[in-house]
Design a binder for this molecule. Sequence first.
Ligand SMILES: Cc1ncc(COP(=O)(O)O)c(C=O)c1O
Length: 394
Amino acid sequence: MSANANRIPVPKLPESTRVAMEIYGASRGRFPGGDIIALGSGDPGFISADHIREAAKKALDAGETHYIRKGDLQEAIAEKMRTDNAINVHPGEGIVLAHGAHQAIFQAFTALVDEGAEVLLGSPGSYFESNTLVRRAVPVYIPLRPERNFRLDPTDVEARVTPRTRFLCITSPDAPTGAVQAREDLLKIAEIAQRHNLIVFSDELYEKINYGRIPHTSIASLPGMFDRTITINGLSKGWAMTGFRVGWACGPNHLMAPIHAIYHLNNISISSPAYWAGVAALRGPQDAVSEGTAIYARKMATLLDKVNAIPGLKAQFPDGTYYLWASIEGTNLDEISFTTIAQGEGVRVNPGTGFGPGGRGYVRLSCTPAENLIEEGTKRLARAAEKARSFASR
Ligand SMILES: Cc1ncc(COP(=O)(O)O)c(C=O)c1O
């Protein structure tokens, strides 16, 4: 290491980011034996559909190796937002592309969130907390409770607004809980956002993985909300395209202008094969999207049955996403110790604290693995729970 390297100030990582990065490192196979079953993974259980992969190959063969200046993907996104989400965005000024929804959130926060601003966010949750901390803004946690199927309670939102509150984050369907925000709650939350002049970030990446009990509503489509909402979405989950890295933020031109500047600074363009694969995903046949959700629903029912049969663990069927958010309270062990024991039994689950303080006492499971891996993985989980209970009772 050069003499200067240890003078570089390294930002302190938020707890949730640190835990999440450890899981990611672990999922790259750093463990001996190599037969650990990943039962909490965020990667879809499928590869992208044939026509999507073909489009990427075709783009390369046609010499599409330059920065992308055309607007086909932005136009396809604007069309999707209009038909699926009842949101009218300008395909040029109203959409900023990103290497995945993750980066779309990062770009939007970099452009808009100031140091010291209070940011309301549900806990447990995904990336909004880390992005808030990286901006040196202040996360204000809204507890998400099992009694409401982990949906935001508008009363809890209102109770946490202060004169310093500038932003409100919504994730629907939510990860890791699988909650889908109901339209009637979003109407109340929209009224709060307008009365307190808040900007809303709405992450809707799992929109297509919805099990049908609560229809998807985009808060930007509600009266008075378009002008103050940045909607984040992408192709990673519904279209099983995590490796392509295609996401976007969209909203009113006045909020998108600073995000465009950040995009230009750190991206210029997304990669050309991903761009054309994205056009094919949005404009091509959609059967694989709905078939994928039907398969997840079936596998989720299996996973839920097996998890609820394990003494000490408890979960409920989610309204969306492929995650099962399981309480481990009955084992009387904390989630990090439980995860470590599970790891020793050959099954990897994600400890709840990787999703912020609201994740204590929970682990995230996923129904994306093959049926036989769900079968074997839950057997190992049962052995881990038994060990955990015997540890805790000592
Ligand atoms: C709620 C949520 N938002 C965003 C992301 C990031 O997705 P992407 O792969 O498109 O960057 C994830 C990934 O798991 C997620 O769970």
